[in-house]
Design a protein around this ligand. Structure first.
Ligand code: NCD
Length: 310
């Protein structure tokens, strides 16, 4: 099979179709089935360079761990205040330099548009690991992979997305991804955190979704409940944050209102929107999801680095 990812950037899920997702899913399944020696050939002698201008645990560590698992190494800046960005170096120069030292660049930045811009100046393929409130494409890929693995299909499912739909970039990437499938989406948020209509304009014809504020009444027919954190750091006014903070809490009592085979997902970090007591239920899949994050990222890196694919 031809590899459409070879030496290509991953900036937006809007550049993906069903076939591309399928390519990554198949590569992920293949990598999981490989022995350690085979796997380590995929990025032997290659370097991943990461630039994180915003905090991260899973995304950065899973990229690093994924790169190590396929035989490559990682270098990078996990805290922009320790880089020359602090001295006033531009994003363009920082990215350009990193791309001279690495075979693939992974960027997280607080500005919408940062990744598209960085991809233009980078000498090597660039992966968007979160650009402002706009997108987080590799998160959507691992989210779809999780749904496909845990529910055995994507088409035909009813999917609820709960929480901060205004500022959550994972939400937008997930919606763009889901618009390639036949799914029913229910968007559940406080009125102040509704989806940004301008950002979903182009998928509205392809994706059927409804909006509500009532979580309890929305749960009974959902196959997937995707919970998100209220993005405190994106609020211009802290009083507005205080008003919506703690709007929804998924705990054991709500489990009774859900289908028995529902899966509950979260990109993490979670604060109090899912209670810790929920973690030990079979429906809780957010840690599994984080694990799939490493495997899907290993597949993405291997596809970008190997012309013949995996
Ligand atoms: C998300 C992000 O950075 O957008 N985190 C992640 O990468 N899993 C979600 C969040 O911060 O709430």
């Amino acid at each position: 099979m031809s590899n459409t990812f070879f030496q290509k950037d991953i900036v937006s899920v809007r550049d993906f179709d069903k076939q591309k997702f399928e390519e990554v899913f198949q590569a992920t399944d293949k990598i999981i089935g490989m022995n350690q020696n085979e796997r380590r050939e995929l990025a032997r002698g290659k370097t991943l360079g990461y630039l994180f201008f915003e905090p991260s645990t899973r995304t950065r560590l899973s990229f690093e761990s994924a790169m190590a698992s396929i035989g490559g190494t990682s270098i990078g800046i996990a805290d922009a205040s320790s880089s020359s960005a602090k001295k006033g170096e531009s994003l363009a120069d920082t990215v350009r330099i990193m791309s001279l030292y690495s075979d693939v660049v992974v960027l997280r930045h607080q500005l919408d548009g940062s990744s598209r811009f960085a991809a233009e100046v980078s000498e090597t393929p660039l992966i968007n690991a979160g650009s402002g409130t706009e997108e987080h494409p590799t998160q959507a890929i691992l989210d779809l992979y999780t749904i496909r693995k845990e529910k055995k299909r994507i088409d035909g499912l009813k999917i609820g997305i709960v929480g901060d739909l205004k500022y959550g970039r994972t939400v937008y990437s997930l919606l763009y991804a889901l618009s390639n499938y036949k799914v029913d989406v229910r968007l559940i948020s406080p009125p102040a955190l509704k989806i940004r209509a301008d950002s979903t304009y182009e998928i509205r014809k392809r994706l059927s979704y409804t909006e509500t504020t009532d979580l309890e009444e929305s749960l009974d027919d959902l196959d997937v409940v995707y919970v998100t954190r209220i993005q405190k750091e994106r609020f211009a006014d802290m009083e507005e944050y205080v008003k919506v903070k703690g709007s929804y809490k998924i705990g054991l009592e709500l489990l009774k209102k859900m289908k028995e085979d529902v899966i509950v997902m979260h990109p993490l970090p979670r604060l109090d929107e899912i209670s810790h007591k929920f973690d030990s239920t079979p429906q809780a899949k957010y840690f599994k999801q984080a694990q799939y994050g490493k495997e899907t990222r290993a597949a993405i890196l291997a596809l970008i680095l190997n012309e013949k694919g995996i």
